[in-house]
Design a protein. Sequence first.
Length: 369
Amino acid sequence: MATVTEAYCISEGSGKETNHYVISLRGSGIDYKPGDSLAFYPTNDNELVKQTVRKINARRNDLINTKETGETTLENALLHRFTIHRAGKKFLSAVVQRMNKGKEKDDLEKILDNREEVDKYLFTRDCIDILNENDVHFTPQEFVDTLSPITPRLYSISSSPKTHPREVHLTIAIVKYNNFERDRFGLATGHLCNQINVNETKIPVYIQPTKEFILPKNGSTDIIMVGPGTGIAPFRAFLEHRIAKHAHGRNWLFFGEIHEESTFFYKEEWFNAMKEGHLDKLTTAFSRDQENKIYVQHRLLANGKEIWEWLQNGAYFYVCGDKQYMAKDVHKALIEIAEKEGKMKKKDAENYINQTLMKDEHRYLRDVY
């Protein structure tokens, strides 16, 4: 168990809340290294649990059975064991089975048969939303049997144990929105925002160690770090660790977000590190601060010649953040740099990035999600 000792917003005025958390590991026996992630088990919001119990016409003390806990109360199961902030396919299938024949049932069956459509449908709805749209009945046990278990949430650690002994720092974007006239939170971020009392609340945590996303053993090796948004987290840890270990290799950070004024996370820390000679280069991309959107991949291409020189001199290249778009665009930019600056054919450039740099030499490392 660990205790949150600090929690504050680092994106004031942006309209998109991102928080910095400091978690004490004192007495836990937990150790970690830069690049590791912290996992914790969130619980569902108390009010959402109450609303869900009422919606299925049950009582919070009704008894149900689960494989993991045996007999327990419905309230306890919904608080600690099962995901209810977003409905799953198994629950939707059970709803459809209970519906009377007709167009509404046919429409939902078509959605269930289309993977893309069912994902889209479930992404915006929790169990209450679906029950509001479809008048069907579940006993408490039947309802629980359709739910998926809560799984731990992993967050990249944004601190070095050398700089912050017995502490873990996290950089977390808060998932918060309104849908079907109800305010919603992400499961884990809702827990952190609404259920944590600083210096009081204990949360169950463990370390998810990384085997690949690690600093070079040789402190004289240069590193290039690409971390837009909360992808900046492990690179704060990397730089702190390199400073504490007196590593002499150069450090180059690429950071991107929406606006410099409101979402330049840890701005003063980066500027101080540059002033003190620990951060050699800082390249930023704030997408909405000019008419044409600029992202980190554009900055990479603009600095292609120097990046290529660093790579040819043995630098490690790290990427952390969005897997669906950013990481793909950065990967494409790297291939273009190899093609242009290395004077390679496209096929050779792809082989250099995908095989040589990533697999053979392990100098291109990613933590994407």
